[in-house]
Design a protein around this ligand. Sequence first.
Ligand SMILES: C[S@@+](CC[C@H](N)C(=O)[O-])C[C@H]1O[C@@H](n2cnc3c(N)ncnc32)[C@H](O)[C@@H]1O
Length: 254
Amino acid sequence: MKIEILSLIPGVFADVFDESILGAAKRSGLIDITIHNFRDFGEGRHKTVDDAPFGGGPGMLLKPGPLVSAIRNLRDSGPIAPVIGLTPQGVPLTQNMAKELACHERLILVCGRYEGFDERILPAFDVQISIGDYVLTGGEFAAMVIVDAVSRMIPGTVGCEASVKEDSFYDGALDHPQFTRPATWEKSSVPSVLLDGHHAKIIAWRRGEALARTAAKRPDHFRRLPLSQDDRGLLQTAFCPQSESNEIRRKIKV
Ligand SMILES: C[S@@+](CC[C@H](N)C(=O)[O-])C[C@H]1O[C@@H](n2cnc3c(N)ncnc32)[C@H](O)[C@@H]1O
């Protein structure tokens, strides 16, 4: 996948994609990331890209001319690609969105700065994405989050693909509890089912715990989970201290 990022401060991305899993994915050619400085499309001698808002108010806004020229230039320079505008007013990023974006051959991510985009820039975006209900100083960290979340959905990026599928949100539920050595630490012991080597029992225990903790921690996701008859049985035996709300009790019929 080719990922192109439009930013006013490309230096922020130095090395960030070169380490660990993303670095390996780059080296093996699974992802190819290019950062473009849209100041190259700025106006006049000073390459201006921003100006004060009409009507007054604090800060500066990104002007439509330079940024839209940069977007058009990129659109025309390679395979068809969704142009993603990064803004706190966009659709909140989800795992399903990351999966969907990972199917594209190419992505273009546009990082805002200052007070954000002149409204007339917005039609140049195919989609506007937010990484959460808070405001960052610029879209660069949002772009990094999207690149990371999308890249690990590309087959081959993460060594063990089964682990990706067990991660939180992949199928809607949170990940199950995990333990490593030692089996007992500070009087706290690993659940015995994990030590017995009975594969089917381990799978069932993990599914029950994953469902129970989703009910407890993320009832919004739990409500949308399709539960099988087996799931309902597992939930009744799983440790689920906070799943006392009537709605959840009704769903698992406890
Ligand atoms: C200071 S913000 C502008 C916020 C804008 N005035 C508003 O309230 O909607 C500057 C830039 O940071 C980026 N940004 C800030 N928060 C973000 C978020 N939660 N998700 C994605 N991008 C964000 C956007 O590119 C935005 O244009």
